[in-house]
Design a protein. Structure first.
Lengths: 528, 203
């Protein structure tokens, strides 16, 4: 048996064998380690925000500090954790294995992407301690405030620009890989639905990110040269900025959620021992989400000043984009029906995902409808909604994938009871924390303030206590994974008895992924 | 097992596919700026018309001819290497670089002329003018500036390709790098073909 890639001789010794690697598995792990580190920072910032908001009044830090902290929390969680989270880490490690490739199409560009990502992250972090202080605009960098504020916007925005470039290159790389490097017999309809979701995600990364890149460059140019594009005093139009920002940033939410949807779609058949229900519909709905997701950006600006015609069209399109997500949810549920369910941690996280994502999706429609959007706009309802979708959806999907592929990546088994306990804590804490926000938002508590009226005290206390339970869940989960990495039982090559290609090689895989070129003769979920 | 052993495979179609996907992103990047142009031209048609008179059509036209010719020499360099004519390919690559430099020199004179007249972003002269004119010159500097940045990047890559051709890494059996460089150079050219009328002609 061939040695795993961990033990393979690399061109450079020690740590350089990792940071100058071209092996997609090592690049994936570099991403995994770096995104999870950023996640830890983002969580800590979020916890301190909840602590400040435990009851009305100012407790721990000033209004300005609060502004900086929610900006940082947003920038780190979105650009440094969720966007690269699944596609660049699990996608990098698993996707080439699933299509039977030896590596991605452009291994050198792959490690370059990681380098750009880390550089961007480092620059964004540097912006906190230099110049006029940490950015305080929120992660959206809305003009004209982002042009006028004295804080260190240019540097932070440049960091995000580099991360965007990294994301674009990853998209280009994965698209080429999926088109060119599938193993013999790996037809499009024999690909796993995780690979399909990565494929759809890559198109969005490729076709939306450049618009963000130019928008961010224009902010930097505006701040340094005063060309006046977004400055009303010089004839510029701040609403134009919002359009350009959301033309990227709405499709970007599908960059975040699609890979999570793909992850749970791969998990369900394995733990129900039956073929997925509606394979073609799930695959097509990924592409449909990627496509329609482009056309709905205007729903972020229902109160910013748009014609009624535009608002009605964007509202209609927003309802349409919910259809493919609904198709996925119904197919997942149908796949559970009459299955021989094994309630292991990956499936448990998956069920939590379906529940939380459904709430997140349905509350999205509340904001997609014009009349209610005006009522909940700028309130905690929005905060609740996107945490349900992004954390309850993308986050739980990521955790499900982490547990499911943990034996593949490490060759070890995590401790099942602890994993379930962690999931339980996460689920309870999560709902206490974020469901309270729906209530608060509906009653009119505005987002992005360090303080609030005393009548909002109750649900805020519940939310803060929820944040502690959630944090406990995270600690148990990561303790379990890290401890199992060193002390876990040996997993064997295919502990879940999965049928897809990544499990047909050794765990962890050798450098070349497969000892001999695999030839595919059946679909990814055919167990018999 | 050595981890670098397996990356030395060649996939011509993949290299081309990757490059075309990358070119999509370039079009979208400039697309964002064309969107800004479209909105402000729509809102300030008369002012754009007036500001356009400050443009030097002669330099603009000369640069268009120079850039189009450089695309031709680039294409000739690729067809030469495909036929195994290394020296001829090197000469055409060198010609492309010289033409590209000529474009930048013209651009330098054009910009310095405007700056001498006080027409640059945030200048007192410009701020005294109408909103439309401020935006026109803002767009002029940003769009031709980011385009010029692409010319500089393109030239650096061609010089690198020149070295690779000289060392024999690019040859009649493996020329996809040069071909992709050519594709990038053509997209830089195509973007200029749209910038030229928008800033010099239709006003």
């Amino acid at each position: 048996m061939e040695a795993s890639f961990y033990h393979a001789k690399t061109r450079y010794p020690g740590i350089f064998g990792w940071i100058f690697t071209t092996d997609h598995k090592r690049v994936g792990l570099l991403y995994l380690f770096s995104t999870l580190s950023f996640f830890a920072v983002g969580v800590s910032l979020g916890l301190t925000m909840r602590l400040e908001l435990i009851r009305s009044g100012m407790h721990f830090y000033s209004a300005q500090t609060y502004n900086a902290i929610f900006t940082l929390h947003g920038v780190i969680m979105i650009f440094l954790f969720i966007i690269p989270g699944i596609p660049s880490s699990l996608g990098n490690f698993i996707m080439p294995l699933q299509i039977g490739a030896r590596d991605v199409a452009f291994p050198k560009i792959n490690i370059l992407s990681w380098g750009l990502f880390i550089m961007g992250g480092a620059i964004a972090v540097t912006s906190l301690f230099t110049g006029g202080g940490p950015p305080d605009t929120g992660w959206t960098f809305y003009v004209p405030y982002s042009i006028r504020t004295g804080t260190n916007i240019s540097l932070a925005v440049f960091g995000v620009f580099l991360i965007g470039l990294s994301s674009t290159l990853t998209g280009m790389n994965f698209l080429t890989t999926i088109h060119r490097l599938r193993a013999p017999g790996m037809t499009w309809k024999r690909m796993t639905l995780f690979t399909w979701s990565i494929y759809a995600t890559s198109w969005i990364q490729l076709l939306a990110t450049p618009v963000l890149a130019i928008t961010l460059l224009l902010i930097i140019i505006e701040r340094n040269f005063g060309v006046g594009f977004f400055d009303p005093a010089k004839g510029g139009d701040p609403i134009l900025f919002e359009h350009m920002f959301w033309i990227y940033s709405h499709p970007a939410v599908y960059i975040m959620i699609l890979p999570a949807m793909g992850t749970v779609t791969d998990i369900i058949p394995v733990f129900t021992r039956r073929n997925i229900f509606g394979y073609s519909f799930i695959a097509a709905s990924s592409l449909a989400i990627a496509f329609v997701g482009y056309l709905v950006w205007g729903h972020h600006m229902f109160t910013s000043g748009m014609s009624d015609t535009a608002r009605i069209i964007f509202s209609l399109l927003t309802f349409i984009v919910a259809v493919p997500s609904g198709i996925k949810v119904f197919n997942w549920i149908a796949s559970l029906y009459k299955g021989s369910i094994r309630m292991n941690a990956p499936l448990l996280y998956t069920l939590a995902f379906i529940f939380l994502f459904s709430i997140g999706g349905l509350t999205g429609l509340v904001q997609g409808a014009l009349a209610t959007a005006v009522h909940v706009h700028g309130t905690y309802f929005i905060v609740g909604h996107f945490h349900y979708v992004m954390f309850g959806g993308a986050g739980f999907g990521f955790f499900a994938g982490l547990h499911y592929w943990f034996p593949k990546i490490t060759g070890k088994l995590y401790e099942e009871h602890l994993a379930k306990l962690a999931c339980f804590f996460l689920f309870i804490g999560f709902n206490m924390l974020y469901f309270s926000m729906f209530v608060l938002g509906w009653e009119g508590m505005p987002r992005r303030y360090y303080d609030y009226l005393p009548r909002f005290n109750g649900p805020n206390l519940v939310a803060t206590i929820g944040s502690w339970i959630l944090a406990m869940g995270l600690i148990i989960m990561f303790y379990n994974l890290i401890h199992s990495l060193f002390a876990g039982n040996k997993a064997g090559d295919n502990p879940w008895e999965a049928a897809s290609l990544e499990w047909q090689t050794t765990s962890p895989p050798p450098v070349e992924n497969f000892a001999t070129q695999p030839v595919v003769t059946k679909g990814p979920y055919e167990f018999r | 097992m050595n981890e670098t052993a397996h990356i030395e495979h060649r996939d011509y179609a993949a290299a081309k596919l990757g490059m075309w996907l990358f070119l999509f992103t370039e079009i979208l990047l400039f697309g964002g700026m064309f969107l800004v142009y479209a909105e402000y031209r729509q809102l300030n048609t008369a002012a754009f018309h007036e500001a356009g008179r400050e443009m030097n059509i002669f330099i603009g036209a000369a640069n268009t001819v120079i850039l189009l010719t450089s695309s031709l020499t680039m294409a000739l360099a690729i067809s030469a290497i495909k036929k195994g004519m290394k020296i001829r390919s090197l000469l055409f690559q060198a010609a492309t670089v010289l033409l590209g430099l000529g474009f930048l020199v013209n651009k330098y004179f054009e910009w310095s002329d405007h700056i001498r007249k006080g027409l640059y972003p945030d200048s007192p002269v410009l701020l005294a003018m109408s909103h439309g004119k401020i935006l026109f010159f803002g767009l002029y500097y940003v769009m031709t500036g980011i385009h010029a940045l692409h010319v500089i990047i393109g030239l650096s890559v061609i010089i690198f390709m020149f070295a690779l051709t000289l060392r024999g890494n690019i040859s009649d059996t493996d020329y996809v790098k040069l071909e992709n460089t050519g594709l990038f150079w053509h997209i830089v050219d195509i973007i200029w073909i749209y910038l030229f009328p928008l800033f010099y002609l239709i006003l």
